[in-house]
Design a protein around this ligand. Structure first.
Ligand code: FAD
Length: 319
């Protein structure tokens, strides 16, 4: 079922969902299942699976030279989606990236999704490759998520890439999610500019928005207000990440270009070990989510990077 249908059918009740990251290449899927198993108690209507773009690795050769290779460290997004869908009878949402993919490769992925009964996708640009300053599209790939949305939307009308040869294929029925940034995307010159680009994605056919993580609900409330004023009417699903280690105080702002509120920083700084930090993260997220539930958010979407015990504890208090 489509995410938008899940939201409609919930009739105003907030749903629980989460995102998982594929294991590193060479690691089996069993640990992933161990993390998902307990969370199924909260009946998520869908689970997102991220895609990692390719990266450079450097291999030292016997002759002393260093060889640069391109590899994907966490492949298998679509396989994991299919496996989870089959094992748990839950909708899965693969993340599709512009970065590292040609339009043809994207089309093949979408065709695989169609065959597998995967009806929802999140369309993203992806970041610059590690070690590179700017995002560069693949040769024959998309530069912005809005272009990827346009390609997926064309498939919904049966317009495949080789349409100019007169070919018209069967129409697909994808529900398309896109990313939104309550604290603006790092490259955007202003929040208003970023919102205009978000509107473009919706105008191209995006059906819902999932936000970057945030720790101050006011940022989400302001973002939703501005988006609505701009004429964006699709559901805006908040993304929640519980802080779980002291290192997150530096890592999260650096990786996701977000601010942490002073009271949260102070509570984490006081902790003597990471167990205590984990509890602070749980308490903060529960408080955040209760306010978001009062606001009437359609879904509480959790970023589960690795261990999910903290998300279980949060969901237990809320659902
Ligand atoms: P876009 O919407 O294309 O925006 C990128 C930048 O360009 C923004 O600054 C925007 O304002 C600007 N812009 C957009 N369109 C135009 C235009 N036409 N002209 C000029 N400027 C424009 N990354 C991964 O690698 N894998 C994942 O699985 C993944 N999942 C994510 C899930 C969520 C919910 C979120 C919020 C992010 C996720 N990301 C993921 C990170 C994401 O790929 C990065 O944040 C990336 O830098 C931007 O992607 P985007 O789709 O928002 O890009």
């Amino acid at each position: 079922m489509k995410i938008t249908e899940h939201i409609q059918n919930a009739d105003g009740k907030t749903l629980f969902s989460f995102e998982i990251v594929p294991p590193q290449k060479g690691v089996g899927i069993s640990d992933l299942y161990k993390n998902i198993d307990p969370l199924m108690e909260f009946k998520p209507p869908f689970i997102d699976v991220t895609t990692s773009r390719e990266e450079y690795i450097f291999l030292e050769r016997e002759n002393g030279l260093v060889e640069r290779k391109v590899t994907r460290m966490r492949p298998g997004t679509l396989g994991i989606c299919a496996a989870i869908q089959y094992k748990y009878s839950v909708d899965t949402v693969p993340h599709l990236l512009c970065g590292g993919y040609t339009k043809e490769e994207t089309e093949y992925l979408l065709i695989d999704c169609m065959y597998l009964g995967i009806q929802n996708v999140v369309a993203l640009r992806g970041d610059a490759m590690k070690g590179e300053k700017y995002f560069k599209p693949a040769l024959g790939g998309h530069s912005y998520a809005s272009e990827l949305v346009e390609q997926i939307d064309a498939l919904r009308c049966g317009r495949y890439l080789n349409e100019d040869t007169g070919y018209k294929g069967c129409a697909t029925d994808f529900c398309i999610g896109v990313a939104g940034y309550p604290e603006k995307h790092i490259e955007a010159p202003s929040i208003n500019y970023d919102l205009q680009m978000l509107k473009k994605k919706v105008d191209m056919g995006a059906d819902y928005i999932v936000t970057q993580m945030f720790f101050d609900n006011q940022k989400y409330f302001d973002f939703v207000k501005k988006a609505r004023e701009m004429g964006i009417t699709v559901p805006i699903i908040p993304g929640i990440k519980p802080v779980s280690t002291k290192k997150h105080l530096q890592l999260l702002p650096q990786a996701f270009k977000i601010d942490l509120p002073e009271p949260l920083i102070n509570e984490v700084a006081k902790c003597s070990d990471n167990n205590a930090v984990r509890q602070v993260g749980i308490d903060w997220a529960v408080h955040q989510c209760k306010e978001l539930l009062d606001f009437g958010v359609p879904v509480l979407h959790f970023y589960s990077m690795g261990k999910s015990d903290n998300i279980y504890k949060i969901a237990k208090e809320l659902f």
